[in-house]
Design a protein around this ligand. Sequence first.
Ligand code: MRU
Length: 360
Amino acid sequence: MNIEAVKWIGGPNGVLELIDQRRLPTGFTKLKIRSVEQLYDAIRTLAVRGAPAIGVAAAYGPLLALQWLRGRPSFPEALDEVLRSCDYLATSRPTAVNLFWALDRIRAKARQVSAAPRPTVRQLREEILAEAHAIYRQDIEMCRRIGRNGAQFIRTGSGILTHCNAGALATAGQGTALSVLYEAYRQGKRFEVYADETRPLLQGARLTAWELQQAGIAVTVLCDNMAGFLMKQGRIHAVITGADRIAANGDAANKIGTYSLSILARHHRIPFYIAAPSSTFDLTLRSGREIPIEQRDSQEVARCAGVQTTPDGVAVYNPAFDVVDRKDITAIITERGVIERPSATRLRAALRKVGKGVNS
Ligand code: MRU
């Protein structure tokens, strides 16, 4: 997989390179991000998107912030800037917990450096870079393991439906839901992939279709409202999506429309899988009701592909995510194993498997 959605180039004074996902599928360009404000904007406007990719990108943000400090900052000044940039980036998007998870790791690393005797700014930069690289590398490995753990659920001859983009573009590695498909394909299985278009921002049509095509895997795009009819015809044998935040009881937030798919899947008795790394779990929230749901600009719904599609002044509803009830999830595929019929007890047990995950 040679799609690199997020990549740091150079040492502590380096630059963050992102594939500009706003321009796909017709334009492939890379952005060079040189300031924390540019990074905030890239996350907010979905130049970089997908829960794990947002977390990885944000982890490098404090290094960019440090590059803008004038003169020779003292250690307390540099530490303050790191913590301030973490707080700032944490306000870029509210739902994907990977963002907060990655920023917490950077904050913890910075505090650890500050607890050392006579800490230096150079040490701080180097340790933050090492931690951000560790987050990046762990994400790649988690993706790989999710693929290996999930490929068993994909059968030759089956039809698989996915929603939004949970592939290489959404992570540092080969994706979560799409990693399962890549691994099954690598094992020689052949199946039909259907990608929901995923209004309003069309991550399925623009991104999932693009990256599967790059990988040589045939994909059929459908409008979101066509999924039920496809299922009724018996053409879908499994639904697999990623997640942005999974609560302690197994309820999972993902791109708006995922909830509707889960209900359709239940109605048609089709297994519904969520593929997500342990960095997407938020055990501080008891259920999906507590997951904050991002509301986005009305223009994303009022316009489509740059064309106004609703009358002036009409009210618009635009939540970016919804929540799948744990009871409608057949299994959650993680890098630590598969959590079948998720519940609070099963989640805790799976995530406690110390040493089994890359992130324990
Ligand atoms: O708004 P987006 O494009 O960031 O939403 C992304 C999704 O909902 C993905 O399905 C999710 O982050 C999983 S990515 C491995």
